[in-house]
Design a protein around this ligand. Sequence first.
Ligand code: NAD
Length: 508
Amino acid sequence: MTTPLTHWADGRRLDGASDRWADVTNPATGEVTGRVALADAADAAAVIASAARAAKAWGETSLAGRTQVLFTFREMLNSRKDELAHLITAEHGKVHSDALGEIARGQEVVEFACGMSHLLKGGHSDNASTGVDVHSKRAPLGVVGIISPFNFPAMVPMWFFPVAIAAGNAVVLKPSEKDPSASLWIAELWKEAGLPDGVFNVLQGDKVAVDALLESPEVAAISFVGSTPIAQYVYEQASRHGKRVQALGGAKNHMVVLPDADLDLAADAAVNAGYGSAGERCMAISVLVAVDPVADDLVARIAERTRTLLVGDGGAGRTSEEGTEADMGPLVTAAHRDRVAGFISSGEEAGAKLVVDGRDVQARGAGGGFWLGPTLFDHVTPDMEIYREEIFGPVLSVVRVASYDEAVALVNANDHGNGTAVFTNDGGAARRFENDVEVGMIGVNVPIPVPVAYYSFGGWKRSLFGDTHAHGTEGVHFFTRAKVVTTRWINPAARPEGGLELGFPRNV
Ligand code: NAD
């Protein structure tokens, strides 16, 4: 028996009329566990209509009323996060503690949104011109669409929907068809938290659902996260249809290790950030740039650590019989595992030195799981396919360079600019790096510098299309639009007011 995973509109499940479905699998066993509906245009219209019906009343609900719902949602999410983590592990494959970590980072955005009334305040200028006052306000957009990738089925939607909802918008979430259950769990939680029906909706599907959102005149804005080619497509299509759009794309994140760095700290960081979540993170480190003369020593320390990692079923390991939790789980699908394994062959053929080969992995889990172990390449050069492409798997490439300048030039020559990190004990070098690199999020001795919720998340270059990053004040601006009101009230004591004057109004 497989569970049918359908849409959510008007505060309840909506089956839809489309006869297209996709299998959902448990990556640790290879078993099909569910079937997700793939919307047709009519299903999409029905879900968008639910949001459109709810948007006005929600936008007019008081800030106090909206905030209370957000606080309730936050409390329920916090107390029931284990349930959500199980769903994530069962469809994505990441280990349970990592699933809890993604929920915690999403919950931070909910907490930020609980205090968002402060950022929705406008300005007021008394007597800006004689007898004339000016004030500004921020209004919700109406219906907004969120299109999310497979790798963070809870956190990435939570970068957007708490802010959108706190700002008074109605949301249509189009999750990845690979791990759709989290979206429906979240929809039910919103309902229990008291969010009016229709304010949060889920549209399941693929390109057909995405295109319906991009083209619908009822959708005012699109927040997208996924691979670079689709991000660019979404940006262009949504813009063509007159929408506000932020489209976050792929990444190739470099970690630069300078000669004075603490090499044990750097090796730990490279392993954690390279192989955590099987490398399926947009902020994963995929390239380690070793500045002479650290490479030999650093590669040895990374290899030693890599060989100790346990690959296994991410849902196991929380009882004493099961032993400890695995360090990393399987890849999301068999096709993705095969693609990543193909990159390992490509690296070997191109002449990179394969120090640890993940294709030999002995995983603790079912034979049908989509297993691939952590893989380490040394002597990778920028012309190799494994350097040029986003692999999105547990493959770490070491590039050796002679100097700081060569390291920065390498980072800046890359098409992507999502995250980067420098490892050093030299404050001056770190400060120079921070100014020199053309990347949106930078870590100093921190390998995965995901900004806290009250700052904004986003990369540069082909890692983000559009100009507004996610959450923080930029998120609040994205989900609201400004009005400026100029007011004159007649003062009977100062008559006569008015009179004919056809020149452009000047402030006096
Ligand atoms: P993806 O681009 O394949 O899919 C993302 C979303 O787009 C999904 O909802 C999917 O259904 C939809 N989609 C897929 N093909 C489409 C098409 N042809 N037309 C319209 N919509 C389409 O990405 P993914 O494999 O789910 O996620 C991994 C990618 O996401 C990686 O490239 C990763 O770097 C990126 N990512 C980026 C960030 C960031 O913050 N920049 C965060 C997480 C993931």
